[in-house]
Design a protein around this ligand. Sequence first.
Ligand code: ZN
Length: 147
Amino acid sequence: MKAKRKSPSRPSSKARATHQTKRVEKAVAKAQARIPTAFHITVVRFTAEEKLEAGCQKKLMVIERTVRGDEDSWHFVLSFDPVVSERVSFRDLVKVAGHEVLHALLWPIADAVQRRGITEKQAEELARAEENIVYTLQRALFGEIRA
Ligand SMILES: [Zn+2]
């Protein structure tokens, strides 16, 4: 009788998602080593809703403030899509994480400007300027993102 061969099993989607969370946590730690801040960053996977409205990094990851805002202003939540991160090299994950950390670093400037009251058009200009600064710093500190 022929022995039944067990087919090579592919890790479950939950195991793969957990693995991706660990990869992104490591990428964030590495990015933070290049940009020393007192930030505490919690890594979570996107909810389906967040997936639809993700930010500038091609729906890979986005950093946000916590709901506690000013009371806990150095704590951020970095959400990511484990399906997308699976296809991205660790090197590029570090670059994208660095990009997101740089955004968080610049937010106090935008906050100060916005508190003075600006038009929607000025807010858009400010966001574009921030994005250009972030890309410039990201390239200087981490290199170009090829993902
Ligand atoms: Zn950006």
